[in-house]
Design a protein around this ligand. Sequence first.
Ligand code: FUL
Length: 699
Amino acid sequence: MLIKDMNLHKSIKTITALLLCLHTIAQPTIPVPVGPLPSANQLRWQQLEYYAFIHFSVNTYTDMSWGYGNEDPKIFNPGQLDCRQWARICKEAGMKGIILTAKHHSGFCLWPSQYTAYSVKNCPWKNGKGDIVREMANACKEYGLKLGLYLSPWDRNRADYGTPQYIQYFRNQLRELLSNYGEIFEIWFDGANGGSGYYGGANETRTIDRITYYDWKNTYKLVRELQPKIVIWNDGGDRADLRWVGTEAGYVGETNWSLLDSTGDVPEAMLRNGVENGNKWVPGEVNTSIRPEWFYHPKEDSKVKTVAQLTDIYYQSVGRNATLLLNFPIMPNGLIHPTDEANVLAFGKLIRQSFANNLARNAIASASNTRGNARGFTAANTVDNSNDTYWATDDSVRSATVTLRFPKAIRFNRFLAQEYIQLGQRVKSFSVAALVKGSWQQLAAGTTIGYKRILRFNTVEATQVRLEITDSKSSPVISNMGIFNAPQVLAPPGILRDKSGVVHLHPADAESELYYSLNGQTPTLHSNRYTAPVKTSEGKLLVKAVAYDRRTKKMSAVTSESFGIARTAWSVTGITDSTVNAVLDGNPETTWYQPDTIQMPVDLVIDLGRTTTVRGFKYLPDQHWWGSGIITHYSFFISPDGRQWEKVDEGEFSNIKNNPVLQTKTFPAKQGRFCRIRAEKNTQNNNRAGYAEVDILTE
Ligand code: FUL
């Protein structure tokens, strides 16, 4: 009996083991990872999604885009400096971290570095006893934000810039910053490198080899030793952990692979779109400023990006598989301007509201294919609110669908999808359709998905939603789907004044009504309604305008533009080609180029038609993606008669290559009728000089 029992027991054990073994064989394994994969640091960084930049240095006090390196530290005196205000605003706006310009190109250090006198040690603020990096680190800690630092490799103050000693100095500073302020999540090595500067009094132009000078390999090694959890941003030298997306205007390409090739040049299209078959994981970070420029300029107080603009930027960065690094310029008093605060808080609130309620969570999900028909990979994983589970298909599959069925019709206007990027970025194209009143309608289509992709479309009401992956590098692996009904934002109109003084308003949305004022007052529904271009008098003008949506009764933010005297009598002299009028037509879309046969320096002469008091000028370069003929250095001359010229100004448009926004230069007022803008140099070091717009500032 006992023997019989024992045999039975043995057989049961054997059968169970066999079954278990069979079960394990039948269970499909996880999909094979595809291509380069993100490191743990890159993954953690990507999940931050949205964080802040802070630009503050001595040039905040000189109203310049870049410090030259000769600014006296005595001008740096932020009487009300409050890093807690910066951190509070960032936190309330939904951000996860802050990257501070510990040292910008001026070389001025916001911390008391022991390796230079050119720092907060020698400024009146806190009698030289302050340390902004420390205050920032403390504030980040208090508000639960991560801290990142910008240390400019280019240093326009240092006498030894360009020599090997400078590299030692640069590394000493890195060691200070990465050892003394706790955990640093990201280090930013800007790509602007070499050029004119003070250089300890040499006042000259120095060039360095961007690839070899900094010996990035060993610099990166030091960084990683000191901060094992850091990610490195660098658009200047060796491929780092993160890439620039090729513009500072606030968007990455709709197709956005988180891959690049580890060696070779990176042309702009690759920065924008990544490289589908690249051999290194280098995801994109969209860096842009809440104002046109990075540092504070009072003239930009009316140019703070609106909620509508910030929202577009969000969808064109976070919504396109990148992160968003949004900059606040600090005012000379040490605070973020109230308009910047108001706009970013309203934007943060809108984003929170938009994504608060994921309607996909109430759906029953099913897929056209599920890996080995196994529960671990089911379509339900796309709506379980977890980033750790995913839907996967059999290995051979390249196109498949997930359908979400709702118990009752839902209204929505956003679709979100996420790949499980731990296994690589795979999807090459997809579309989204909805079952509306019994028939399928395509709502949107896209190419890459990556960590996160969000699509916008007009609000629909539907009972089913279908994600169709139409092509993929390998079998698709989707961790999340989201469906949202986001509040609509009404964008304010654009304002232009043409050469003849006529004002044109451009609505951002064809259905809205436009109202405007010409007397500085905030427009309301009782102001002038815009129905056709408005003829204005010749004088100076301040135009304010709003858009209004009658259906939702919503009013947009106010935009305002100020214009000098109308340019009816102005002309460009000496050029017979009539397309030259693009320079004065008030339309940023049209650009005129000097004939290629003319060598730099090259002059553009404007006749104002009569003797006028001139106090500056504005220059807008080609506004198209990576436009050419962008002038970086200029001289400006005035003449009473077009023969006798006096030079009244010269200088640089500092950051115009990366950020081709309107440049304004002013100088002591001077009488004259003819103005000559001399293009001395351009971004490409060739002879091309282009002008989308030129304006002369008159009294
Ligand atoms: C640029 C710099 O030259 C700007 O001044 C700014 O710091 C921006 C973030 O990067 O290339």
